[in-house]
Design a protein around this ligand. Structure first.
Ligand code: PRT
Ligand code: ZN
Length: 293
């Protein structure tokens, strides 16, 4: 049998991660024929096929080598323990789908560290992650495993505490619960299965990672242009320490130069005010589309 040539990536078919995953692949220049009700989609300009599945199934597919890569929440990766059992590997954090797995409880219950959980009933859809947390903390509690609507467990008196995903905290608040501890910080990640790739597949993965890095570097960076007296350039660099070596260009009016640089950190209004204080004027902050080093 000849070695497989294309790589197969499992992504969430329809849910919180779908739109941003598809948009990221799109910005990496991959051209897919999209149709919501299809299970597979082939990339027309690179050796990549997509499998559109439920996010819960992605760790299992990675484990069994049904797919080579998966785009899924770190929460699912940790809960499935695939990194430990199959040497699956988180290759990149993707910068979206941020949330945290947190413990929360009714406001009238006291909390003074994990020890307060001794003997408690804790409702969760993440029993493995919770078990690891409790074991590390040396706490014995009863885990009540629920598939969904974990936040109503205290009201129904099936649990005293909940351990659930939180992003804005609105769901917890509207159920009268207070967050007391974060046990895992999560975001969407690109995971590689433990399976060895063929040479051709490995080359495609390299290309994909280079493009991903190019897109992600560009997103976290800005191109900043300004005019300033030459002797202000050092002060300007101190305001934006995350900068690469700036380009300094003489201007027709002899007393000023144009300073161009790539800021690898957010440029807030406060930063711009400080640049002005340092002597800069005519400040332009421009998004970067791709950045390849
Ligand atoms: O159908 P399928 O099984 O594919 O999707 P799903 O419904 O199981 O998952 P989905 O689409 O809801 O979530 C997919 C992934 O998004 C999760 O595994 C997380 O990695 C990530 N994510 C980010 C979240 C949240 N934020 C989030 N807030 N997943 C779930 N929630 C839920 C949480 O469970 C709770 O019910 O939102 C509620 C809390 O939100 P806030 O904003 O009120 O705090
Ligand atoms: Zn799911």
């Amino acid at each position: 049998m000849s070695a497989p040539a294309r790589i197969r990536i499992a992504i969430q078919k329809s849910g919180r991660l779908t739109e941003k995953t598809v948009s990221l692949l799109d910005r990496c220049g991959l051209e897919f024929e999209w149709s919501k009700d299809r299970l597979f989609s082939s990339c027309e300009n690179m050796g990549i096929d997509l499998m559109l599945v439920r996010d819960d199934d992605i760790p299992g597919y990675l484990k069994d080598g049904v797919c080579d890569l998966g785009v899924v929440g770190l929460n699912m990766v940790k809960e499935s323990e695939i990194e430990d059992t199959t040497q699956a590997e988180v290759l990149r954090k993707l910068g979206f789908g941020q949330c945290r797995l947190a413990l929360a409880q009714p406001k009238d219950r006291s909390y003074a560290g994990a020890k307060s959980l001794d003997g408690a009933r804790i409702a969760t859809s993440y029993p493995n992650t919770l078990t690891r947390f409790l074991e590390n903390a040396g706490v014995t509690a009863k885990i009540v495993e629920l598939k969904g609507s974990v936040e109503i467990a205290p009201t129904l008196d099936v649990a005293d505490v909940v351990c659930d995903l939180v992003s804005t905290g609105r769901t917890l608040r509207s159920n009268g619960l207070e967050e007391v501890e974060t046990i895992l910080k999560s975001e969407c990640v690109l995971v590689k299965s433990g399976k060895t790739l063929s040479q051709e597949q490995a080359a495609t993965l390299d290309r994909l990672l280079q493009r991903l890095d190019g897109v992600m570097n560009a997103e976290s960076s800005k191109y900043v242009m300004m005019n300033a007296p030459l002797d202000a350039v050092d002060r300007i660099r101190r305001v934006l320490p995350g900068l690469e070596e700036p380009t300094v260009i003489p201007l027709a009016s002899k007393d000023k130069v144009a300073v161009h640089m790539v800021a690898r950190e957010p440029v807030f209004w406060e930063t711009i005010e400080r640049l002005k204080e340092a002597g800069a004027s005519s400040i332009l902050v421009v998004p970067i589309e791709k950045m390849i080093s």
